[in-house]
Design a protein around this ligand. Structure first.
Ligand code: BG6
Ligand code: MG
Length: 215
């Protein structure tokens, strides 16, 4: 089936921000006195900021040590460092194939939506120079329920008035793929096949993506 709307996750699909999330969380873990590895960081993919903090504190065996207010302060501290890094992003941090895919979709008049858990999405889109290519941006500020809840995708499709089965979702996280499938969207995994069993199909990256097959 040909689709008329493409919904993109941001972190790990269009932009290589995972390393900055990692550096900022690692700094916080170092300050709290425990080690946070790249392996641990895999668990934070697609997960909201506060849930990421819970996972980090679980790794450090500090889960029950902080009040809600203290946790909000820790998350704000991490975000401040993260924003310092992403403020310096430019188009070189776009992942391979991302820009040409967005441009090819635009040319075919396919609707383009962002569906990201990040509250920093707008800043990132602007800094890497692709904000103008989106018909709608749904990010962590717009939703009340995190992936695997499909809200972040259905909101975009509803705003564009496209039926869910005509939407293709591009995602690098299990939670995001699950969310897409839950509402009958076609779910394309970006990454390693074995790590993304919920996907309808997996591509290692967006490089040379076969647009004609899906749109
Ligand atoms: C997701 C990332 O896109 O956004 C997660 O994969 C991140 O790692 C989440 O925690 C929230 O991001 P932010 O920018 O609002 O802290
Ligand atoms: Mg992602």
């Amino acid at each position: 089936m040909k689709h008329s709307c493409a919904i993109f996750d941001l972190d790990g699909v269009l932009v290589d921000t995972a390393k900055y999330h990692y550096l900022a969380w690692k700094e916080l873990a170092d300050r709290l006195g425990f080690n946070f590895t790249l392996h641990d960081n895999e668990r934070l993919k697609g997960v909201s900021r506060m849930s990421s903090l819970d996972i980090l504190l679980e790794v450090g065996q500090m889960k029950d040590r902080f009040t809600q207010v203290e946790k909000e302060n820790l998350a704000a501290e991490k975000n401040q460092r993260y924003v310092e890094w992403i403020s310096k992003l430019d188009e070189s941090e776009l992942l391979e194939g991302a820009l040409s895919l967005l441009e090819a979709l635009k040319k075919k008049e396919v609707k383009i939506a962002l569906g990201s858990a990040s509250k920093n999405a707008q800043l990132i889109l602007e800094n890497v120079g692709i904000a103008h290519l989106f018909d709608v941006v749904v990010d962590g500020n717009a939703v009340s329920k995190a992936k695997p809840d499909p809200e972040v995708f259905t909101l975009g499709a509803d705003k564009l008035q496209v039926p869910y089965e005509r939407c293709v979702v591009f995602e690098d996280s299990q939670a995001g793929l699950e969310a897409a499938k839950a509402v009958g969207m076609f779910a394309i995994g970006v990454g390693q096949k074995h790590a993304l069993p919920h996907a309808d199909i997996v591509y290692p990256s967006l490089k040379n993506f076969p647009v004609e097959l899906y749109f």
